[in-house]
Write a protein that binds this ligand. Structure first.
Ligand SMILES: [Zn+2]
Length: 80
C-alpha cells in the first residue's frame, strides 16, 4: 500500500503515525496516511481493520501521568 522507499511503518506498527500523509483534510480535521491509517486532529485514529485508537494528545497524557502533583490548577486543599 505504501509507495515510499524505504517504506513507512505498517498500520499495525507502534510508530504507524510516522507514515506520510496521502490525503489531508484539515478543514474536516483528518488525514489519511499511506499505510491506511486515518488520523484525526484530536489525535484519535481509525485503523484499516476498523479498529480505533482513542485520542492521546500529549496534554492528556501529561495529566494522566502527572496526576494531582502536576495538576496546573492545584488541588483545593493546598490553599490555606
Ligand atoms: Zn509511505
Amino acid at each position: 500500500m505504501c509507495p515510499h522507499s524505504p517504506s513507512c511503518p505498517d498500520a499495525m506498527a507502534l510508530d504507524h503515525e510516522a507514515a506520510r500523509s496521502v490525503a489531508c483534510h484539515p478543514e474536516q480535521g483528518w488525514s489519511l496516511l499511506c499505510n491506511g491509517v486515518v488520523v484525526f486532529e484530536d489525535t484519535g485514529e481509525l485503523l484499516p481493520g476498523g479498529d480505533t485508537v482513542a485520542p492521546h494528545r500529549p496534554t492528556d497524557l501529561w495529566q494522566q501521568v502527572g496526576g494531582s502533583l502536576a495538576d496546573p490548577v492545584g488541588s483545593p486543599g493546598t490553599i490555606s
